[in-house]
Design a protein around this ligand. Structure first.
Ligand code: CO
Ligand code: CO
Length: 313
């Protein structure tokens, strides 16, 4: 893409960050992001919730506050009942309401497959932007949601698991990263990003590259959804996760003891994943306290070192 030179662009797409940031005044900037995708669960209401939480997440990952959003919709209105679209939009609206975000419009096109998401606008103090580019050696790495939603969605499609097994993961995917976003500021986190389609290792790599550091991840400390490793062993691995794992091999050094299934799970393409946060070790208790009472985990999964790339131990 051509680079647009503009002094008000505080975060553009060149650092692979979660959202763009545009300065309006010295004390106010806009955070902008858009995300939409095809259904990953059967229930249209839950799909709407997940897609909305996922889209809002990129604002929280920058430490911003989402304020308004537009629906982005594709729908095969000639072959699917309009009530399904209604349920998708209701799901999205319920999450927007929970986030205090006003949906003020949107756009719908006819398409062979449903797609839904949000274009989101948030605000942030330009002096308090949390990017993925400031992780420092000596920091610890914290993850706020378990990994494995891609594997679980594939297992559901192939009937390896039933809807029951998806209930808990659906609640995780529909959970806002709002409290984790606020905790970034409370604890003075150095860097953050949310874990989505490129998987934990892919987003860790973007943080490592943007920050000019190496990230060390302790595989056994990474929280996984129930049943994920067993499902990998049975072959429930999405194509996107295999592609991720192939790409991640180029910059990841795996210690010999890391089981193959676990290594693959670390590349699993996530939907509406948690925040990966780099913060000084002495801020951990502040970060944890700021999450108290929310669903978010405070799982310490590794540390930041000098060098480059990702080490999985
Ligand atoms: Co993101
Ligand atoms: Co995104």
């Amino acid at each position: 893409m051509p680079v647009t030179a503009n002094a008000n662009v505080l975060v553009g797409y060149n650092t692979s960050d979660d959202a763009g940031v545009y300065k309006l005044r010295d004390d106010l900037a806009l955070v902008q992001t858009v995300d939409f995708f095809t259904p990953i669960v059967d229930d249209p209401y839950e799909f709407g919730r997940i897609a909305a939480a996922n889209a809002l997440s990129d604002v929280y990952a920058m430490g911003g506050t989402p304020i308004s959003a537009l629906n982005v919709v594709a729908f095969p209105i000639e072959t699917l009942d309009a009530s399904i679209l209604e349920q998708i939009l209701h799901g999205g609206a319920s999450i927007a309401q929970q986030a205090g975000v006003a949906i003020i419009g949107g756009h719908t096109i006819k398409d062979s497959e449903p797609k839904y998401g949000l274009a989101v606008v948030g605000t942030i103090d330009p002096n308090r932007i949390v990017t993925n580019a400031n992780a420092r050696p000596g920091d610890i790495l914290v993850l706020t949601k378990p990994i494995g939603t891609g594997i679980l969605s594939t297992a559901l499609k192939r009937d390896f698991i039933g809807e029951d097994a998806m209930r808990e993961p659906i609640e995780w995917m529909a959970a806002l990263n709002d409290r984790a976003g606020a905790a970034l500021h409370a604890a003075g986190a150095h860097a953050a990003t949310d874990v989505t389609g490129f998987g934990l290792l892919g987003h860790a790599r973007e943080m490592a590259r943007a920050s000019n550091v190496a990230l060390c991840i302790r595989a056994k400390d990474v929280p996984l959804h129930a049943g994920v490793l067993e499902l990998v062993e049975r072959g429930a691995v999405p194509g996107g996760t295999r592609d991720n794992a192939d790409a991640h091999a180029a910059f990841t050094r795996f210690a010999s003891g890391v089981p193959t299934a676990l290594a693959l799970a670390l590349s699993d393409a996530q939907t509406s994943g948690g925040l990966l946060v780099s913060l000084p070790p002495d801020r951990l208790s502040t970060f944890e306290n700021a999450l108290r009472g929310s669903r978010a985990l405070c799982a310490v999964i590794g540390e930041v070192r000098g060098g480059d790339g990702i080490a999985v131990e």
